[in-house]
Design a protein around this ligand. Structure first.
Ligand code: GCB
Length: 586
């Protein structure tokens, strides 16, 4: 799916701003054909949760109805008009002038609607019914129940279940003939890149022109035949932290008249895994970075360009070269920033909560049933993989796909569940990028059924925190023993620490370096680094987490998860300066 742009042939209208929202109460269905009766105001994009003061709104589980006027200029009436939602969390039903126009399940990927038959020039009523319900069929996966006569969702994951229209809503136009999608296939050998764009077009046209431009705006290859490859003879590669982006311009003509044009940026790079090492452009690559969240005060999970830009600058300041979009796809704008800056991304679907008898909230730990016999997520899992690859396939920054986080891969049925998903991702991705499933400690080398399917063994390990809490000496013995077992079992697979960290209260100091203090966080990482530095098959370290983040309240989460290297408002904890020293030297 193409990112919406304005250019010579396409118009773009941003519908961000203040929308009206109303909670749908039980037994009081809202009529999409009538104006909302009792709305409050919410900024789009943004989560609803932290924009309101009213606890009943924050605690509401079910539908929120959004409403706004969509103004259509007369000048656009002859164009094809498309309404595009970059993300609505978690489920959206869209109504235009009272008529149902779309239904989308999944809170982190875009969807779009051809709206020509539904709109007129001038004011049009746009309503979106947004649901925050999660259950055992959705991703992320939640535990749904009726509690005290009301619906209730307990997330099976460790981040706040923010809801709303989280990313921009845009209306764009094309002519009736238009470029629907572009897949940039390329092969790189000894400095020469052969580009074979696969262009999907709807409608009729006479000629097509394909051009490749470099960063100095020099035209370096062109063709009028989609079958004929374009050649970049002296390729400048996209390198980690030294990005170089070419632009592929595709234009359709009716005789001499330009009917549609679209320019897609792309970088040329190779990825390989050979004998437990990862290579980008034939150079060994070591992942230095973070598991992150889209999370910020007031915004919740709402997209904000300044926050995304600051995060990227903070990562660069520390010397990081990569991050994982834990635990869902991030905004398209963040992916574009990562392309531009050469930041390597492990791109993750919202495949989280796939372990029914484990949770950070002990109240949820009593379900003893086998996860794979309980969950009904398979269909949605297919869909999230498909939608993520459709959206992000051309990004140079995407080097690995993560198709789940910490599933119950030690329980019977895990292999049967994941094998077809791994095959699906490989089949859909034209670059055949490596696939990972970050592993939970319960899925030990003896029990795990998924490791065999993945290309890099990503381990989320909290030795010294959840295991041997505070006793770093014993913890590190256990960690080393476990890693060595993994290596013994899978000697050819690279191993990466995809999560490790300790909750740390910013400003809490301790002479005794006790857990939760800034000193303990430093000791914790030093101890872990010592173990992983001694193992040459370890290909990376992603600290958990880049910043403190909001979670549901429970006895282990006082005002959220505090494992950040930065506070939630992005102030450095003492560990930040240690990490900077380490990563700048590596
Ligand atoms: C994990 C999860 C992550 C949690 C983290 C923690 O293993 O993947 O979502 O936030 O542990 O802090 O407990």
């Amino acid at each position: 799916m193409l990112y919406p742009v304005m250019n010579e042939t396409r118009s773009l209208i941003d519908l961000s701003g203040i929308w009206r929202v109303q909670v749908e109460k039980q037994n009081e269905a809202i009529d999409p054909a009538k104006p909302l009766k009792d709305p409050f105001l919410i900024a789009v994009p943004g989560s609803i949760d932290d924009q309101v003061i009213d606890e009943t709104i924050r605690k509401h589980v079910g539908n929120f109805w959004y409403e706004t006027e969509m103004m259509i200029p007369i000048s656009l009436m002859d164009e094809r008009k498309v309404l595009r939602f970059a993300s609505v969390t978690h489920e959206a039903v869209v109504y235009i002038n009272g008529i149902k126009a779309a239904h989308h399940i999944g809170g982190f990927t875009p969807f779009e609607i051809d709206i020509d038959s539904l709109v007129h020039a001038g004011k049009n009523d746009l309503k979106v019914c947004v649901s925050n319900i999660l259950d055992e069929s959705t991703l992320p996966c939640g535990f749904y129940q009726e509690k005290n006569g009301r619906p209730s969702v307990t997330p099976r994951f460790d981040f706040y279940n923010y809801c709303g229209i989280h990313r921009p809503v845009k209306l764009y136009t094309t002519k009736k003939t238009y470029i629907d999608d572009i897949v940039i296939h390329y092969e790189y050998h000894g400095g020469v890149t052969t580009v074979r764009p696969e262009v999907s077009i709807t409608g009729n046209y006479d000629t097509i022109k394909l051009k490749i431009w470099d960063e100095d705006n020099q035209l370096i290859a062109q063709s009028s035949d989609v079958e004929q490859p374009l050649v970049i003879s002296e390729t400048r590669l996209w390198q980690p932290l030294d990005a170089y982006l070419y632009r592929l311009e595709v234009s359709l003509f009716d005789k001499e008249l330009l009917i549609d044009t679209y320019t897609e940026e792309f970088g040329v790079r190779t990825i390989q895994i050979k004998q437990n090492k990862v290579y980008i452009n034939d150079k060994e690559f070591y992942f230095k970075g973070f598991g992150k969240h889209e999370d910020f005060p007031v915004l919740g999970k709402g997209y904000n360009g300044a926050v995304a830009n600051l995060d990227k600058n903070l990562m660069k300041w520390l010397g990081a070269n990569s991050f994982r979009t834990s635990h869902y796809p991030y905004s398209e704008e963040e992916m574009r920033l990562a392309d531009r800056e050469g930041i390597v991304v492990i791109d993750e679907v919202p495949g989280v909560g796939l372990f029914t008898n484990f949770h950070v909230d002990v109240n949820l730990n009593n379900n003893k049933k086998n996860t794979w016999e309980t969950l009904r997520t398979h269909e949605n899992h297919h869909k999230v993989i498909q939608e993520l690859i459709e959206r992000d396939k051309n990004h140079a920054c995407v080097v690995v796909w993560a198709i789940a986080n910490e599933p119950a891969s030690h329980q019977e049925g895990a292999r049967a569940y994941f094998k077809p998903l791994v095959e699906l991702a490989k089949a859909l991705d034209h670059q055949k990028r490596p696939i990972v499933i970050p592993n939970i400690v319960n899925a030990s080398p003896e029990l795990d059924q998924a490791a065999e399917l993945v290309d890099i063994l990503c381990l989320n390990r909290y030795y010294g925190w959840y295991i041997e809490h505070g006793d770093l000496d014993s913890a590190m013995i256990g960690l080393r023993q476990e890693i060595e077992k993994w290596h013994e079992k899978y000697p050819d697979k690279p191993i990466m620490f995809s999560e490790f960290g300790a909750d740390t209260i910013s400003g809490l100091h301790s002479l005794y370096r006790t857990p939760y203090s800034e000193e303990f966080q430093i000791d914790f990482y030093k101890a872990n680094f010592e173990v992983l530095d001694a193992l040459d098959y370890v290909v990376g370290e992603h600290l958990w987490n880049f910043a403190d983040f909001a979670t549901a309240a429970n006895i282990r989460r006082i005002d959220g998860n505090k494992k950040g290297i930065f506070t939630r408002d992005r102030r450095p904890k003492s560990i930040a300066f240690e990490i900077k020293k380490r990563w700048e030297a590596r």
